[in-house]
Design a protein. Structure first.
Length: 544
């Protein structure tokens, strides 16, 4: 992690823009296709490897593009228009096959300047960061010098009735290295960078144990957060503060990229339809556990005990219980195993990342071929949630602030999950319209909401909001067939799942949290939505 310097020193060093007009002409791609990404229910950026002269980054916000091009944490990209974390783009580019990874980043920098007219400068800003300090007297031991420096996770043997902890044994660790490690090791707790402010020099040996945030509620009074573990076991403390840090400031950027050059179509012809290199499909044996699915770094996909309905839903990016998939009854119970190779690994140092969109298309092609599927899409009346107002308790946003919705606390750092860990979901939105919030709810709370949410609040403009709730199933079991996990099973509400009453332990469902905390409510209504209809599917797959 970048060391913290004084404001004065950094202002002197960074008073001249690092991307000024006097800079040499940046390296450029031979040709590049840049366009707005297609809408997705669950948007996630995908950065492909640079292979055979081809570079791809898809579904990327401008912040994603900047952090990738300049190797900077997203939290340190500041300023700019409010759409920087909303609008998404696809980039496909060509460069000589011998181009280094560093050179590719320089080319991406050049592309952003050319196609989006991006202008940046580096400056010192006060950013939200966790300060790692000594809580009175530390409990660390000076490094013995034995073993390789670093922290190693220690697998824990399962014990009946004992909620497992995460255990790390660290040898020869500096406090700077620990500060760098903590957000990676305990990211669910630490949504901001950590800065070493302990003043401790040298290297240290220590062991630390804590519960993952998702297990805190199960651990009950025995649960320990990363904050308590650091203080009780090591005599260290984490506090969220505004601290000076080097940041990349967006001065200006165009929302619409310039037009693609004329040769793009020839340079990037449509790729062949994605398909598995090899695939074995067979019915699951009786009593087989499941459903389970794993994707190995080698490119092998292993699926076991998965109902065909669920496989179809995965391939078409649908919730199997959403009401947006209609097929014969038997696809719910017929289970299958799949062993397939999505790609051939090049070697241990060149493992391509998984492109989930391509993987869905591979699965789709496999199911159509092996089960002789025929289908069509038609609009039908489906039960789905509509977002409405009850007694709005929202804060009007600064229209110039970034639009974003994230899992974690607001900028003030107040995290109610540390008080009542059973409510382990915390969604914070800044300068979000109600229409955009409704559109994001399915991905933010997929366990509760299985279909897109419509906005009927009538509230205009941008709003700041935070909602804290329990994962689905913690209260009353939750979930069922139909449109969504409704608030009252069997009470005229499709969706099933007795989610109406809070538990004495303070757990609260999303459907309760919205009216209590935000003055909003979700109501189940009928509306027209596209439904995937399976016209024909064979009960037995073709031979391998």
């Amino acid at each position: 992690m970048m060391r913290t310097f004084s404001f004065i020193t950094l202002m002197v060093l960074l008073s001249v823009p690092i991307f000024g007009q006097s800079a040499p002409t940046p390296a450029t791609f031979e040709i590049a296709d840049v366009h707005v990404s297609a809408p997705r229910a669950n948007p996630n950026v995908w950065v492909g490897p640079f292979r055979a002269g081809r570079y791809e980054i898809r579904n990327a916000t401008m912040v994603d593009l900047i952090r990738t091009a300049y190797s900077v944490d997203a939290e340190k990209v500041v300023g700019g228009p409010n759409w920087l974390e909303v609008d998404r783009f696809d980039v496909v580019a060509k460069a000589p096959a011998s181009t280094s990874a560093d050179a590719v980043k320089l080319m991406l920098q050049g592309l952003l300047a050319d196609r989006f007219k991006l202008v940046l400068h580096q400056d010192t800003r006060a950013l939200s960061q966790f300060a790692l300090t000594v809580a009175g007297k530390h409990k660390l031991k000076e490094a013995s010098g034995s073993g390789n420096p670093g922290c190693q996770p220690q697998p824990q043997a399962p014990e009946p009735g004992v909620i497992p902890t995460q255990v790390a044994v660290c040898r020869g660790m500096t406090m700077t290295a620990l500060a760098q490690l903590l957000p990676r090791a305990a990211g669910a707790y630490l949504t901001s960078p950590v800065v070493d402010s302990t003043g401790l020099q040298g290297s240290w040996d220590f062991e630390i144990k804590w519960h993952g945030r998702g297990l805190l509620a199960q651990a009950g009074t025995d649960g320990i957060t990363i904050f308590d573990a650091l203080e009780k076991q090591l005599g260290l403390k984490l506090e969220l503060q505004k601290l000076p840090a080097s940041a990349f400031v967006v001065d200006s950027v165009n929302q619409k990229p310039t037009e693609n050059p004329p040769g793009v179509t020839a340079a990037f012809p449509p790729p062949p339809p994605p398909e598995f290199e090899v695939a074995d499909v067979k019915p699951s044996p009786d009593g087989a556990p499941g459903p389970m699915a794993r994707i190995q770094p080698t490119g092998q996909v292993n699926v076991s005990g998965m109902p065909l309905r669920m496989l179809i839903a995965l391939a078409w990016d649908l919730n199997p219980d959403s009401g947006l998939l209609d097929g014969p009854k038997w696809i719910e119970s017929a289970k299958f195993d799949i062993v397939a190779r999505a790609f051939t690994s090049v070697g241990p140092t060149d493992q391509p990342p998984i492109d989930i969109d391509a993987l869905r298309l591979m699965l789709r092609a496999l199911l159509v071929e092996r089960f002789k599927m025929k289908m069509h899409t038609e609009d039908r009346q489906v039960s789905a949630y509509t977002l409405m107002t009850a007694n709005p308790k929202l804060t009007k946003a600064d229209p110039s602030s970034r639009t974003r919705c994230v899992e974690g606390p607001a900028p003030d750092g107040k995290d109610p999950r540390n008080i009542n860990p059973i409510n382990s979901r915390l969604v914070t939105c800044q300068n979000v319209t109600m229409n955009a919030f409704a559109a994001r709810l399915q991905s933010l709370a997929s366990g509760y909401i299985r279909t897109p949410v419509a906005d009927a609040t009538g509230l205009e403009g941008g709003w700041n909001l935070t909602v804290n709730f329990s994962p689905v199933g913690v209260v009353g079991g939750g979930g069922g067939r139909g449109g969504d996990a409704g608030p009252a099973a069997g009470a005229g509400q499709p969706g099933g799942g007795a989610l109406a009453a809070s538990d004495p332990n303070g757990a609260i469902t999303l459907l309760e949290a919205l009216p209590r905390q935000l003055g909003l409510k979700l109501e189940m209504q009928k509306r027209s939505m596209p439904v995937l209809v399976i016209d024909h599917v064979e009960e037995k797959p073709t031979e391998n």
